[in-house]
Design a protein around this ligand. Structure first.
Ligand SMILES: [Zn+2]
Length: 67
């Protein structure tokens, strides 16, 4: 059972690293709501607030695993 939690935790850490390395602030959020925190988007990720999609190509598995 604790294995599941560890896996979940490392997945979350990995996502955090991915965002730190490849995440960009949503330009539409910055434009429309300059005083709010913009969403951080990974390549091809869609902003939940305004539907903007990051135009960069998806990360390759290598890029993802080296984050
Ligand atoms: Zn946005």
């Amino acid at each position: 059972m604790s294995d599941m939690i560890d896996m979940y935790r490392s997945l979350k850490d990995h996502n955090k690293q991915l965002r730190a390395k490849y995440g960009v602030e949503c330009p539409r959020c910055k434009e429309c709501r300059p005083r709010a925190h913009p969403s951080i988007l990974l390549p091809q990720q869609k902003c939940r607030v305004d539907g903007y999609r990051d135009p960069r190509p998806r990360l390759t598995p290598e890029e993802e695993s080296t984050a």
